[in-house]
Design a protein around this ligand. Structure first.
Ligand code: GLN
Length: 206
């Protein structure tokens, strides 16, 4: 039996690449639910914010009152993993939002400064091998109109860089990656997130 059998993980399913995360987490033995409403966060140990379009996801999050609910979920001990657009939504500071969008909604949970679309447009999307701190072999990563983390605050651990830019970072029970780890079939980053969620679950049970 998998050690992640009893872990309950949510995937924010408002827009973007949520199905691929769900499938990968299920293949690791987690119980996974799609989250579209605040009450669906109840009883979860971890939540994934998928890639997609961060302004769209942020606006829908506010409309469904999920912004405050996710902040409360984190304050109550839940682990959160933001990938690409999801990482943008975790950030304290966001650069590169087109002016016509005004100030885009953010959960403001992680002390990172993100630069949106840092590698260019859709055509500049690419796949590469990343050296991730703690991983033996390089991790295949897909970058799709990806952001980078221009600055990280004290206490934020940098786990991977690409072309001199930070692309994976962790702070406590928050994990942010600027690429799509759900698309290449390598489950190591999701395993890391499940272990963070397991720790969060254990701490909440004390
Ligand atoms: N470029 C998108 C944004 O800024 C993110 C792209 C992605 O999630 N793959 O919202």
């Amino acid at each position: 039996m998998s050690t992640s059998q009893s872990l309950r993980i949510g995937v924010l399913a408002l827009q973007g690449a949520f199905r691929e995360h769900k499938r990968l987490l299920e293949s690791l033995g987690a119980w996974v639910t799609e989250v579209r409403l605040p009450q669906q966060l109840e009883g979860l140990s971890g939540l994934i914010l998928p890639g997609g379009e961060s302004t769209t996801i942020g606006n829908l999050m506010v409309e469904y009152h999920l912004d405050t609910a996710i902040q409360d979920f984190h304050a109550a001990g839940g682990a959160i993993f933001g990938t690409c657009a999801g990482a943008i939504l975790l950030a304290r500071t966001i650069h590169g939002t087109p002016p016509q969008f005004g100030v885009q909604p953010s959960l403001n949970l992680m002390d990172i400064t993100v630069q949106r679309n840092a590698f260019g447009r859709q055509l500049d999307s690419f796949r590469t091998l990343l050296d991730v701190s703690g991983f033996g072999a390089p991790f295949p990563a897909v970058f799709i109109r990806a952001p980078v983390f221009k600055a990280v605050g004290e206490g934020v651990q940098v786990l991977a860089e690409h072309a001199g830019q930070i692309v994976l970072a962790r702070c406590g029970r928050l994990l942010a990656g600027s690429f799509h780890p759900e698309l290449t079939g390598d489950a190591r980053i999701h395993e890391l997130f499940l272990s963070m969620s397991r720790e969060a679950q254990a701490a909440a049970a004390v």
